[in-house]
Each structure stands twice: as structure tokens, then as C-alpha cells.
Ligand binder design. Structure first.
Ligand SMILES: C[S@@+](CC[C@H](N)C(=O)[O-])C[C@H]1O[C@@H](n2cnc3c(N)ncnc32)[C@H](O)[C@@H]1O
Length: 315
């Protein structure tokens, strides 16, 4: 999921361009290091909007994909789940209006039901009607809370300017083809003084897994073209261009994969490579499993680290 390889490719292209333009080894050296660590230019313009949109639509038309991925982190070593951690960052007050975009199955709210202020007006939304229907059938429905559900695209939010006190996007902006449009829509419907929260992955999320996938001929660069560039580090730069105040906090979780968790982990990996886009994955699945089992036999376990965070912006 993490677009590491596209950054590396992009950074190298930038490096050679600078070499050509500046002709000074020192300047190029300094700038290339800054690109490798900062990745301040967006890959976004190089990517295919339709490809990103279609991939996301296909992924979330089947809620099992998301559930298989969430399932793995239940076995994490962090005693606080990501949903509880994210919720603890919100600055909600009685009677305020909250909009979540790309809510998925509504897991964040299901886990935090006891903490939800009864007078909050909450709209949970997703571009996928399937996800909206799933939320409507969940335990969120029928609670003594002001929660409603709506199909909505973050690139076109059907509300007037300055309407919401809080807007949330959790691990979803990297699925959005037109990030500029999405962020300008969020800014538009947020009240002055209101908060925008965006949780997302960090650049080195799942790094151990990417090292294994490299051994197989899976086309990670092709895969990363199906995502927009919105991880914590690039997201921070983008939000700082728009919002006067932005802060960031990190969340880490590690799953120690042993033989008992290998099948859960393999389901996770499989969900990253849908057959429609990666028909070749089927022929590597067995090999990846064997490689992981070999590491587990040799070393006793295979630790996998999830690194995420939350960006909190004030309008
Ligand atoms: C990785 S899931 C995250 C779901 C949930 N926020 C969570 O953290 O469990 C991404 C969600 O964003 C939704 N999504 C993708 N593109 C969207 C868009 N343009 N507008 C609104 N939602 C979108 C998908 O349908 C999917 O449910």
C-alpha cells in the first residue's frame, strides 16, 4: 500500500534533472538528500486520475477487502487500537456538527460508541453506496445518537460554505484522484476555527513486507500508480499550504506474525493485489507464503510494523 518505490523513482528523476540544470555537485547533493527525505514535490500530477478512481471503487465495492486488512491489526502489540487513538484526538464539543468522509464500515464510530457526545450531529459518508448500506445495517443505526449516513464524494461535498465544526478523513485521501479539489472542498465547508483531521500512513508503513515483495516480480511501481500521494509527510506539506495551523502525531503498531497468524497475514497481502489488476499475483501467493514460513522457522517470527499518524489542521 505504501508508495515507497514511486517516491524513489521520482526522487531519482528529480536528481538527474537538477544535475543537468545546476551543474554544481554540491548543490545537487544537498537538494537530492532533501528530496529523498522530504519528497516535497507531488507525484500526483504524473498519475492517472481514472486509474486511481477505478482502483478505489473496485476495492471498496467489496467490504471484505477492507475487513481483511483491518483484521490483521487486531493482533497488534499496541494496547490502544487505532480507532480509539484517533478518536482521542478529536476536539468535539456538545451540539457541534461533524462530517466524516470515506467512513468505510464506520468502524471508528462503532468502537467509540460509548464516548460519543449525545448532542453531536454526525454525518458518516462514503463514495461507495455498498459501504453506506453496511453502516446503515450496523450497530450505529438506532442508537440514541444524531448519526446519519450519506453517499458522498469528497471531491464534491453537497453542503454550504462554513457548515461543519469538524471534518474527518481516516486513511482515505490516498484513494482520491483530485486531491486539490478534495482539500479545497473540505476547506470550503469547514467553519473558520473548525478542525480538519486526516489520518493516513507514514512513508515507511509495512516496510518489512515491501522488502519481501521485492523478492518476487510483483510490479510495485504499477501498484503505487493506483494511489495519490498523501502519506503523513506529503500530507503535512499539502495541508500547510492551505491551513494556518497544522500539527502531526504518530501511531505505531506491530504484529508479530508466527505460524498461527500466517493465513490472516496472507489474506491481508492478497487484498493488496486484486486479481483484476494483478492477475500475476496468484502465481506468487504460494511462494510468498513459503518465504514467510521459512523466515518464521529460521527466526521464530516475522514482525510487521504499521506506521500511521494523524494530521490536525485548524481553519
Ligand atoms: C481505506 S478505506 C478507510 C475506511 C475508514 N475510514 C477506516 O479507516 O476504516 C477508504 C474508504 O474511502 C472511500 N473513498 C474512496 N474514495 C472516496 C471519495 N472520493 N470520496 C469519499 N470516499 C471515498 C472508500 O470507499 C473506502 O471506504
Amino acid at each position: 500500500m505504501c508508495p515507497i518505490w514511486s517516491y524513489i523513482l521520482y526522487d531519482h528523476m528529480t536528481y538527474f534533472l537538477l544535475l543537468f540544470l545546476k551543474g554544481s555537485a554540491n548543490i545537487v547533493g544537498l537538494l537530492s538528500v532533501s528530496f529523498l527525505t522530504n519528497c516535497s514535490f507531488s507525484l500526483f500530477s504524473m498519475q492517472n486520475h481514472d486509474e486511481i478512481q477505478e482502483y478505489s471503487k473496485d476495492q471498496y465495492n467489496d467490504p471484505n477487502n477492507l475487513e481483511n486488512r483491518i483484521n490483521l491489526w487486531k493482533y497488534g502489540t499496541n494496547p490502544i487500537s487505532m480507532s480509539l487513538w484517533i478518536y482521542s484526538k478529536f476536539k468535539f464539543q456538545e451540539n457541534q456538527r461533524v462530517l466524516e468522509l470515506g467512513s468505510g464500515t464506520g468502524k471508528l464510530w462503532q468502537e467509540n460508541l460509548p464516548h460519543i457526545l449525545p448532542n453531536l450531529e454526525i454525518i458518516l459518508s462514503d463514495v461507495s453506496q455498498m459501504m453506506v448500506d453496511k453502516m446503515k445495517r450496523s450497530k450505529l443505526q438506532g442508537q440514541n445518537r444524531r448519526i446519519s449516513f450519506q453517499q458522498m464524494d469528497v471531491q464534491q461535498i453537497p453542503f454550504p460554505d462554513n457548515h461543519f465544526d469538524h471534518i474527518l478523513t481516516c486513511h482515505m485521501l490516498y484513494h482520491v484522484p483530485d486531491l486539490d479539489k478534495a482539500l479545497s472542498e473540505i476547506f470550503r465547508v469547514l467553519k473558520p476555527g473548525g478542525y480538519f483531521y486526516a489520518s493516513t500512513i507514514a512513508k515507511d508503513h509495512l516496510q518489512e513486507l515491501y522488502r519481501i515483495l521485492q523478492l518476487f516480480q510483483l510490479d510495485i511501481i504499477q501498484k503505487n500508480k493506483k494511489f495519490s500521494n498523501f502519506h503523513i509527510q506529503s500530507g503535512l506539506s499539502r495541508l500547510q499550504e492551505i491551513f494556518p495551523e497544522v500539527t502531526v502525531e504518530y501511531y505505531e503498531n506491530q504484529v508479530i506474525v508466527d505460524e498461527s497468524k500466517i493465513d490472516i497475514f496472507m489474506k491481508y497481502i492478497q487484498s493488496m493485489f486484486p486479481v483484476k489488476y494483478f492477475p500475476e499475483y496468484a502465481s506468487y501467493h504460494g511462494g510468498i507464503r513459503e518465504k514467510l514460513l521459512q523466515i518464521i522457522n529460521d527466526e521464530g517470527e516475522f514482525p510487521i510494523t504499521g506506521k500511521s499518524g494523524i494530521l490536525i489542521a485548524k481553519k
